[in-house]
Design a protein around this ligand. Structure first.
Ligand SMILES: *Cc1c(COP(=O)(O)O)cnc(C)c1O
Length: 704
């Protein structure tokens, strides 16, 4: 029996591949846009709810059946391809995949198990592995209440709202062992064992395993252990981390997966390396130190922030209480295990840092940009007494973004026409991108105007709704023709979301210059427990109400993947003004670049290695002053001058047909010099070549 249209839709939505295929999302929109929006753009829910008769009827009016067939065929081709980059270049990984552990994964807005940059990077990482065919399994936790949503109240204070989401409408299945039985793992926590079932999602060619402790054998509290991402105190946190690291490794084994490489994405999952060693001690009777050495030699660790508070530190008593079972399994005194996570092992009683545990064991450790690699060496030099800075074994691999997740369909089309229909398969080849220079300025500008119009409608719709809810007077809103600069990121002091408000009169003059007006659009959330961040949000919102600014500055609530995508695609430029060197990499600007926007940034994170003088704009020259207030004042001054003297004049310098050739030239240069480097394929190639392959060699020599 041939499949019905509905069955085909269901088959397509079962793999999260559709999340980066805009042409598939448009099939759903074309079938029934109202239903699609009512179901929060969730294709699986849509495929289940759609009335088959209605579907058949609508399908006759458009070329829907052919489009569905094509999508299904392409998905099958993707899953069965035998000639991938991974097979040619990472074939040695063979049947021992990279186990990629992370506390959060940002794949799509419908699966809210991410909070921000770290999770979105993890999502882009496994999508990149899928693109290239690098053998990989993702391992994370399933937070059944997800992360909180940002809703602002009448005093502009961020409320953190838990909005339960319907797991049944996500393509998650119970992971089964080779006998077809659902896999269940247990993790010893103080006084009891906590059990978790394992759900799996398919992200293209990559399996993503998600542990869920809602098991009848657990106490009611333990069933809620992973209710929310970053939702508890440090006791909940260490227990979540044990569930992830220890339980995650056990889940792999139970599924018959023997990882060849362990990639710890941030310190939260570092316990996995102890569990791997424990397994070897128990099953192969290895000496514990030797087992740790072997597990470590196949481990890659990526550290993500130079901000001290960004690294978990567990108080000694808490850590001891929780690490007993692992120590026992390792046949080591618990004090020895604790010492592995202390900055100075001899300081008994000092806190335990999972980052330190990972740094001590991983064969390869990397920061996420060249500058961050350098800063991380300084930060952790003390772990290697007697080693000079350049001997500290921390390198770097600069982050990249998954192009098809973040790019507008129109830009993809533009590149298909001018670079080649298969450009996405060769995105990391620098030679390909020279062709961008040949695209007619008018065509680049036209495409950007289409994207911008859509984004400006989104901004004005969202702002109007929020103003109405808060009882604020209606306003005219942003001028859709004016230069529009976006700023979207977590609100924390070092990112300085309020820097541009340093001098209000100066800002007023810039924004409201009748010859060359400027719009600013802000978005961003604070961690639910961070009142300093919430204070910053309130501050920015108060500035937005100033009569001088309210038609020029907008704030969009609830920054997430959906909101982000809307902003990245349509804004003319993106503002990034952290206190150097605290932004380890930053990736939002890369997403803007892919959509023909320009990056305006402090020379920090990726921008310190990416800016060439003409492919965007630099705020200041990278100098850092010891006094923070002085630094902020200098950077604000540099930002104002840059806007006044370079950015605005370039944007408004038009020819008789209204095209700003100088601006478009810079856009083309930005795409030509940045797109091939700062994407997920290049990032994965770097990890595979420089870390995964050498790490897997050592593991395969010694693997049981
Ligand atoms: C890309 C992205 C981030 C991370 O961007 P940074 O520049 O590192 O702050 C955070 N949140 C969302 C929604 C994103 O899309």
């Amino acid at each position: 029996m041939p499949l019905t249209l509905q069955q085909k839709l269901l088959a397509i939505t079962r793999n999260l591949w559709w999340t980066w295929r805009p042409e598939i999302r448009s099939i759903f929109r074309d079938i029934d846009i109202d239903l699609y929006h009512r179901l929060y753009q969730n294709p699986l829910a849509f495929a289940r709810e759609i009335d088959p008769a209605h579907l058949e009827h609508r399908a006759q009016e458009m070329d829907v059946p052919a489009r569905i067939d094509r999508a299904l065929r392409q998905l099958r081709e993707h899953l069965t391809a035998t000639t991938t980059w991974g097979m040619t270049h990472a074939g040695a990984l063979g049947s021992r995949p990279v186990a990629y552990f992370c506390m959060e994964f940002g794949i799509h807005e419908s699966l809210p198990i991410y909070s921000g940059g770290l999770g979105i990077l993890a999502g882009d990482h496994i999508k990149g592995a899928s693109n290239l065919g690098v053998p990989m399994v993702g391992v994370g936790l399933l937070y059944h209440q997800g992360y909180t949503n940002q809703v602002l109240d009448g005093s502009f204070w961020q409320q953190d709202v838990v909005e339960p989401y319907d797991l049944r409408n996500l393509p998650l299945e119970l992971a089964r062992d080779k006998h077809g039985n659902p896999v269940r793992v247990g993790v010893e926590l103080p006084g009891r064992t906590v059990y978790a079932r394992v759900l799996e999602a398919f992200v293209g060619r990559v399996r993503l395993l998600l542990l869920d402790p809602r098991d009848d054998a657990n106490s009611p509290e333990d069933r809620e252990l992973a209710a929310r991402l970053y939702g508890g105190d440090s006791r909940v946190r260490i227990q979540q981390e044990l569930l992830l690291g220890v339980g995650g490794y056990r889940a792999l084994r139970a599924l018959g997966i023997t990882p060849g490489v362990l990639h710890l994405n941030e310190g939260h999952c570092a316990f996995a390396v102890l569990e791997w060693a424990r397994h070897r001690v128990q099953h192969d009777n290895l000496d514990p130190r030797f087992a740790l050495q072997i597990a470590g030699s196949a481990t890659v660790f990526t550290t993500h922030t130079p901000v001290e508070a960004g690294h978990d530190r567990f108080e000694a008593g808490l850590a001891e209480e929780h690490l007993h079972p692992l120590a026992e399994g390792l046949r080591m005194p618990v004090q020895d295990v604790l010492a592995m996570g202390r900055v100075r092992p001899e300081d008994s009683g000092a806190p335990f840092l999972p980052t330190v545990l990972a740094l001590r064991h991983a064969r390869f450790t990397n920061g996420v940009s060249a500058l961050h690699g350098k800063i991380s060496k300084q930060m952790w030099q003390g772990l290697w007494p007697g080693k000079s800075l350049h001997e500290v074994p921390i390198g770097h691999i600069t982050n990249g973004v998954h192009a098809s997740t973040w790019m507008a369909q129109e830009v993809n089309q533009l590149f298909r026409t001018h670079i080649g229909v298969k450009w996405l398969d060769s995105i990391a080849r620098p030679d390909l991108w020279g062709k961008v220079e040949d695209i007619d300025d008018a065509e680049v500008w036209e495409v950007k105007q289409v994207l911008k119009a859509r984004t400006m409608r989104f901004i004005s719709g969202r702002s109007a709704k929020m103003r109405e809810r808060l009882g604020l007077p209606a306003i005219e809103g942003l001028d859709p023709e004016a230069l529009t600069i976006g700023f979207g990121r977590r609100f924390v002091p070092y990112k300085r979301p309020d820097l541009v408000f340093h001098d209000l009169d100066r800002l007023d003059a810039i924004l409201n210059n009748p010859e060359r007006p400027l719009n600013l659009v802000f978005a961003g959330r604070a961690h639910p427990a961070d009142s300093t961040g919430k204070e910053l949000i309130r501050r920015v919102l108060q500035f937005c109400q100033d009569p001088r600014f309210r038609d020029r500055v907008a704030f969009i609530e609830n920054y997430n993947i959906h909101v982000g995508r809307q902003l990245y695609q349509g804004v003319d430029a993106w503002l990034n003004n952290p206190r150097r060197p605290l932004e380890a990499c930053g990736t939002s600007g890369m997403k803007v670049v892919l959509n023909g926007g320009l990056h305006i940034s402090i020379l920090d994170g990726w921008w310190a290695e990416a800016f060439d003088g003409e492919n965007g704009f630099a705020i200041g020259n990278g100098e850092v002053h010891a006094d923070q207030a002085t630094q902020d004042a200098r950077d604000a001054e540099a930002l104002y001058r840059l806007l006044e003297e370079e950015v605005l004049p370039l944007y408004y310098d038009r020819n008789d047909t209204g095209i700003p050739h100088g601006w478009v030239r810079r856009v083309k240069r930005s795409i030509r010099t940045l797109a091939w480097r700062f994407n997920a394929d290049r990032m994965l190639m770097d990890y595979a070549t420089n870390c995964y392959l050498p790490a897997s060699m050592s593991s395969s020599c010694q693997m049981s």
